[in-house]
Design a protein around this ligand. Structure first.
Ligand code: F6P
Length: 370
């Protein structure tokens, strides 16, 4: 592929944060510097470019070896991130007070040209990779890195951040067994994941939940209540239910929304409380809900996520060096490969109903309420 030589690249982190972001940033910076390239970090998604006046450093900062030293194990992102103000659909307030949806991606393209930035490494989930794909179609050299605790991105075996979220949720489930048993309660644990049930499924199995409710399998709560009663009859006086925030009862079309704002992704939440309340009514047993929420996004990445993040970051730089653009680095065990952004953007990876993890759960006696 004959592309002009790269001298300067930029990196950005968009969407909800996930453990491993800093490890990717460090990997990108070190691999770029080792090739003699300069590396720059854009603040808060693309806000550093769209709103430079908000930043003392101008919104885009030079990333040196010193700047990324000792950050591999740190949660969050040193660049900041946002899941507001998607440049493809930027909500602009007009003089008459109305809100107009505008596409501001041309401003990003112009910025790259003006600053002689040759390429972008965009670290993000579906939203960020969709933006990256559009920027690529407009002529920017772009490589995407798949991030999300939800693991709902297609064409990669896993995203970084997912393992850390599952590990923490598993630890929480472990801790809830003893208190649930001591009090003979039903404990309902709500986990993030948006419209996919990966976190609930993997943590539910690993943490010994008795029922797992996921968006892919609409549930009938009477089935879960029956399980609770059966366990009681067998002398196991407590039950643990792991619920994905996007889980739906039979016959419901939409997940429970905690908050909806114009121009924003809907905020899911509330299903755990509802399941606990209804299970208490159905079984007569005390049922309590714990919402893990953003705790799943914080903290140090697991070694799996660190390694994945470091592999993804360096692979993104190799991809650019090899002349690739419009691709996302992806995990295809045992290797990292490149897949077209077009095949990832706007697609969601749900839990396949025939996957072996689901079968594992069923064979272990975990129920899904179907
Ligand atoms: O996509 C990651 C995620 O943590 C989802 O699991 C969750 O639904 C959403 O982000 C929450 O976003 P926010 O931090 O904006 O509430």
């Amino acid at each position: 592929m004959s592309q002009p030589k790269i001298r300067r690249i930029a990196v950005c982190t968009g969407g909800g944060d996930a453990p491993g972001l800093n490890a990717v940033i460090r990997a990108v910076v070190i691999a770029a510097l080792n090739r003699g390239w300069e590396c720059y970090g854009i603040r808060d998604g693309f806000n550093g470019i769209l709103f430079p006046e908000r930043y003392e450093d101008g919104g885009v900062l030079r990333l040196t070896k010193e700047r990324v030293r000792g950050i591999t194990h740190l949660g969050g992102t040193i660049l900041g991130t946002t899941n507001r103000g998607n440049p493809l659909h930027y909500p602009l307030r007009m003089p008459d007070g109305t809100i107009k949806d505008v596409d501001r991606t041309d401003e990003i393209i112009e910025y790259f040209a003006k600053k002689e930035l040759d390429a972008l490494v965009s670290i993000g989930g579906d939203g960020s990779l969709t933006i990256a794909n559009v920027l690529c179609q407009k002529g920017l050299r772009v490589v995407g890195v798949p991030k999300t605790i939800d693991n709902d991105l297609d064409k990669t075996a896993t995203t970084f951040g997912f393992d850390s979220a599952v590990s923490f949720a598993t630890e929480c489930l472990d801790r809830l067994h003893s208190t649930a048993e001591s009090h003979q309660r039903v404990m309902v644990v709500e986990v993030m994941g948006r419209y996919a049930g990966w976190i609930a499924l993997n943590a539910g199995i690993s943490g010994g939940a008795h029922a797992v409710l996921i968006p892919e399998i609409p549930y009938n709560l009477e089935k879960v209540a029956a399980l609770v009663r059966d366990r009681d009859n067998e002398g196991r006086m407590y039950s643990i239910v792991c619920v994905a925030e996007g889980a739906k009862a039979n016959g419901e079309n939409n997940a429970l929304v905690a908050k909806a704002e114009v121009g924003q992704a809907e905020r899911l939440g509330g299903i755990g409380e509802r399941v606990a309340r209804e299970l208490q009514e159905l079984t007569g047993k005390e049922a309590r809900c714990v919402v893990l929420g953003h705790l799943l996004r914080g903290g140090s990445p697991t070694s799996f996520d660190r390694l994945a993040a470091l592999r993804f970051g360096t692979a993104a730089v190799r991809a650019l060096d090899e002349g690739f653009s419009g691709v996302m680095v992806a995990l295809a065990h045992p290797n990292v490969n490149y897949v077209p952004l077009e095949e990832v953007a706007g697609r969601m990876k749900n839990v396949p109903l025939d996957c072996d993890t689901l079968q594992t759960a069923r064979d272990l006696g975990i129920i899904f309420g179907d």
